[in-house]
Design a protein. Structure first.
Length: 303
C-alpha cells in the first residue's frame, strides 16, 4: 500500500522560487510572457503543489481550476516527492497551497500524537503546524487505512462496523507485512474491539486475496478505486482504531483568507464516495486529472 513518489529536484525548487520572486517585483503576470499592465496582480498568483500520486494530483487540479474560475492565476508544481521534499517548499512559501491528509500530516509534525478521531486530529494538526502555515476546512473525504470485507461476507454476517466482527471465529486479516506490528493491526483489533484475527502479509495482492477468500478482512486505503470496482464494504470505525486522515488544504497564512471561500467550497463538496469515483475515472477510465477536475467542478456547481 505504499505510494511511490519522486523527489522535487533542486532545479524545480529554484524555478518556483524564482517565479515567485519575479511575481513580487513585476507589474505584469509572470506567466504571460508579455508586459501588459492589465495582468492579474502578483498576490493573485497561487503556486499549488501535489504529490506524485494520481488521487492527490486530481485534488490539486480541482483546487487550481476552482481558483482560476475565481480570477486567480495559478502556477502548478505537481508530482513532487515525499513530505521531506515538499514541506520545505511550503514552509519557505515557494509553494502556497497543497492538498494533504490530516492524520499523516499530523504524524509528520508530531510523531507521538495520540489523536485518532477526525475532529481531534484536525484540532491537533492546527496546533502542530509550523509558523507560516495553516489549514482550511477539512473535507469528509479520506484516504486512510480502513478494514474492508466482501459484500457477500458483510451480508452473511450482518456487518457494518469493525465491532460487528467480534465473536466471529477463524478470521484472517491481510495487509502490508508491517501491519502485523502496527497499533491498528491484530493487537489493536483485540484491544479496541475484542476481535481475534490471524494475520497474513499480502501487500499488493491484498484485495485479490480477499476476493479469493484467503483472508476475510483486508486493510485497504479508503480511497482505493478497487473498493468500488470490486464491490467491497468498508467497515465503520466508531472507536477510532485508525488515525483519521481527511483531505485538507494546507496553505500559506499570507493567502489563507484570500482563497478560503473558494477552497472551502471545494472541501465541502468533496465526499469519500466522490473521491473514490474520481480515482476510478483515473485508473479504470484513464481520464486525465484536468478532465476529471473539470467534470467534478461542473457536477458540483463550482465551475
Amino acid at each position: 500500500m505504499s505510494r511511490t513518489r519522486t523527489r522535487l529536484t533542486v532545479a524545480l525548487a529554484a524555478s518556483a522560487i524564482t517565479a515567485l520572486a519575479l511575481a513580487g517585483c513585476a507589474s505584469s503576470d509572470p506567466l504571460a510572457g508579455g508586459g501588459e499592465s492589465s495582468a492579474a496582480p502578483a498576490s493573485d498568483t497561487i503556486t499549488i503543489g501535489s504529490q506524485a500520486y494520481y488521487s492527490n494530483e486530481i485534488i490539486a487540479e480541482i483546487y487550481a481550476q476552482a481558483l482560476e474560475g475565481a480570477g486567480f492565476t495559478v502556477d502548478r508544481q505537481f508530482s513532487i516527492g515525499q513530505r521531506d521534499a515538499y514541506i520545505p517548499s511550503l514552509e519557505d512559501g515557494s509553494i502556497q497551497l497543497f492538498p494533504e491528509y490530516t492524520g499523516n500530516l499530523l504524524q509528520f509534525f508530531d510523531p507521538n500524537t495520540t489523536a485518532t478521531t477526525s475532529d481531534d486530529v484536525f484540532a491537533a494538526l492546527q496546533e502542530a503546524l509550523p509558523e507560516g502555515l495553516t489549514v482550511l476546512d477539512q473535507s469528509s473525504a479520506t484516504d486512510q487505512d480502513s478494514y474492508n470485507v466482501t459484500a457477500a461476507f458483510a451480508a452473511e454476517n450482518d456487518l457494518t462496523s469493525i465491532a460487528d466482527l467480534a465473536g466471529i471465529s477463524g478470521l484472517a486479516l491481510g495487509g502490508a507485512p508491517e501491519l502485523e506490528e502496527r497499533p491498528y493491526g491484530p493487537a489493536g483489533l483485540k484491544e479496541i474491539y475484542g476481535v481475534d484475527v490471524s494475520f497474513t502479509g499480502t501487500a499488493d495482492t491484498t484485495v485479490d486475496e480477499l476476493l479469493a477468500g484467503t483472508i476475510q478482512i483486508a486493510n485497504v486505503y479508503s480511497a482505493d478505486p478497487r473498493i468500488k470496482t470490486d464491490n467491497l464494504v468498508t467497515l465503520e470505525d466508531p472507536k477510532g482504531l485508525f488515525l483519521a486522515s481527511n483531505v485538507v488544504p494546507v496553505v500559506s497564512t499570507e493567502i489563507a483568507d484570500e482563497i478560503a471561500d473558494v477552497i472551502n467550497a471545494v472541501s465541502a463538496a468533496l465526499t469519500p464516495e466522490g473521491l473514490v469515483a474520481m480515482n476510478v475515472q483515473s485508473t479504470v477510465d484513464q481520464m486525465s486529472p484536468e478532465d476529471i477536475a473539470t467534470q467534478w467542478l461542473a457536477a458540483n456547481d463550482l465551475s
